[in-house]
Design a protein around this ligand. Structure first.
Ligand SMILES: [Zn+2]
Length: 506
């Protein structure tokens, strides 16, 4: 029987310092929570005060004993979920007047890392134990490495998908803001992110990657790193706002601020460790062989470009969101959020609404509202990338090939507010083509007048099925949302199952 005693150096230090002051009394463990992340299992022990601990791991049979000095157990393990964790059972025993031993029986070998956390607004003192999976770990949870999904993103002709990384804010021990009706931000952001991912996946030429797909914590830097690993073309961080003023409400879209970008460059360039990361380069530019000045110029250019692109995509999202929800600001705000600090990926942070406002909280808690919100985000993403698809993507290829081969006409009844120039833009034809097709001598058109539109040929009809959205249908037929709206003269994007849509060509 071999026993490994893992004493963290930090702990040794802590004990050494504390012995000069006063010995810790120990604490009462009030309860234990568990979270499963893709690479580790986290146990959080809620305490009534600080304590010191020691871990000792035994390999055969695999057990881990946590010694909490001078402490006692006042909770229960009954509600602890151990499914999909490497822990098969957990028990505690207390030496009379001494230490508390918590024994974990393990199904697989793990690498344990413990640390303590002090009181904050949400929680009291905590002892956190992370059990990292080692190779050959039992079965992986269904929230496997999100990045592994990327391998399937090329079509036969090598045209890749546009990758959208979606980062559900907070998670695990970090609930984020807590609002009306005890609604937790971490749950709202996950539900909204999953909905958005589902919609984006359903759009041909797009792929969604969930940075967090479960109730566990992912560090902010780790999130942007996962975005890079996924080769994301866009990074969307999903959050919900909170304010002391419960009247505050509405959604906000943020891009990185100038100051945030500048300080981030300074940090990246100063920080040796991060410089090591940067050696890989920004996008396709390798930085390893460049001198310090050139490196900083390249970084500056890259970051300026990605903030500019973020602002453009942000306004597409704001415009789209404006149709479905109240906005706190109608422009893209800028702030120094860590999650937005990718040098080469356009990044936006979306506060979907105020969890502290009764009306917003009700929306955030509603699957129907979340769906509308996610649909409008997906629409905004499709609108922007439809205009500026990254090179090598299926969307870029389609864009090149769908403007050719205009062969026939469809008819359109002129609505109030229509002008020839507006129609030309909407149907992606020239004003001249419309004039010619209709034998118009002047540009004045009248409400109720029927015009032939040369761009569109109604080849197909589509019967709407339950669960479909207008943007999905548009992508399925490789036409723009506007063209579908126009041909069917839709006043809103609300569609009903059973309804028949005309599908224009290109
Ligand atoms: Zn948040």
């Amino acid at each position: 029987m071999r026993i490994l005693t893992l004493l963290l150096s930090r702990l040794v230090l802590a004990v050494a310092c504390l012995s000069l002051v006063a010995p810790l009394q120990g604490a009462v463990v009030q309860g234990v929570r568990s979270y499963r992340a893709p690479e580790y299992t986290r146990l959080v022990f809620d305490l009534d005060g600080p304590l010191t601990y020691e871990l000792s791991q035994q390999l055969d049979p695999a057990t881990l004993v946590i010694t909490l000095e001078g402490s006692s157990f006042g909770g229960s393990f009954d509600n602890l979920s151990l499914a999909e964790t490497p822990i098969s059972s957990i028990s505690s025993s207390r030496e009379p007047g001494g230490d508390l031993h918590v024994t974990l029986t393990l199904r697989a070998q793990v690498e344990p890392r413990g640390f303590t956390l002090g009181k904050n607004e949400q929680y009291g003192d905590r002892f956190v134990l992370d059990l990292y999976d080692l190779a050959g770990m039992t079965k992986a949870p269904e929230t496997a490495d999100p990045v592994s999904a990327i391998t399937s993103s090329l079509d036969d002709a090598g045209r890749r998908d546009i990758v959208v990384a979606i980062s559900a804010g907070h998670g695990g021990d970090d609930p984020g803001a807590i609002g009306q009706g005890k609604l937790q931000e971490k749950n709202v952001t996950l539900a909204l992110s999953r909905e958005l991912a589902r919609l984006i996946e359903a759009m041909p030429g797009y792929q969604a990657v969930l940075i967090r797909d479960g109730d566990y914590y992912v560090g902010l830097r780790q999130r942007t790193e996962l975005g890079h690993k996924a080769n994301a073309d866009l990074y969307l961080a999903i959050h919900a706002d909170a304010a002391d003023n419960h009247e505050a409400r509405g959604a906000t879209v943020y891009a990185l601020s100038e100051r945030g970008a500048t300080s981030e460059q300074a940090r990246m360039l100063a920080d040796k460790e991060n410089n090591a990361d940067l050696i890989g380069g920004i996008g396709t530019v390798s930085l390893g062989d460049k001198d310090a000045v050139l490196r900083s110029v390249l970084l500056d250019l890259s970051m300026t470009a990605s903030v500019a692109t973020s602002l453009e995509i942000g306004s597409a999202l704001v415009q789209s969101l404006d149709k479905v929800t109240r906005l706190r600001r109608r422009n893209v705000e800028q702030a120094a959020f860590v999650e937005l600090k990718s040098a080469d990926i356009p990044s936006l942070l979306i506060e979907a609404g105020y969890i502290t406002n009764a009306a917003d909280a009700e929306n955030l808690d509603s699957p129907q509202w979340r769906r509308r919100f996610a649909e409008s985000l997906a629409d905004g993403v499709a609108t922007w990338f439809g205009k500026r698809p990254p090179r090598g993507t299926l969307i870029a290829w389609q864009q090149k090939h769908t403007t050719e081969g205009r062969t026939s006409v469809t008819s359109y009844v002129v609505q109030r507010g229509d002008a020839l120039s507006v129609l030309a833009q909407r149907f992606d034809v020239s004003m001249d083509e419309i004039r010619r097709a209709n034998g118009l001598k002047r540009d004045a058109i009248q409400v109720g007048q029927t015009l032939k539109i040369p761009a569109s040929l109604i080849l197909r009809e589509h019967k709407i099925e339950r669960g479909e959205t207008l943007s999905q249908i548009a992508f399925e037929y490789e036409v723009t949302l506007d063209a579908i709206r126009a041909v069917n003269q839709l006043k809103s994007d609300t569609i009903r199952p059973g309804q028949i849509l005309k599908i224009p060509t290109s």
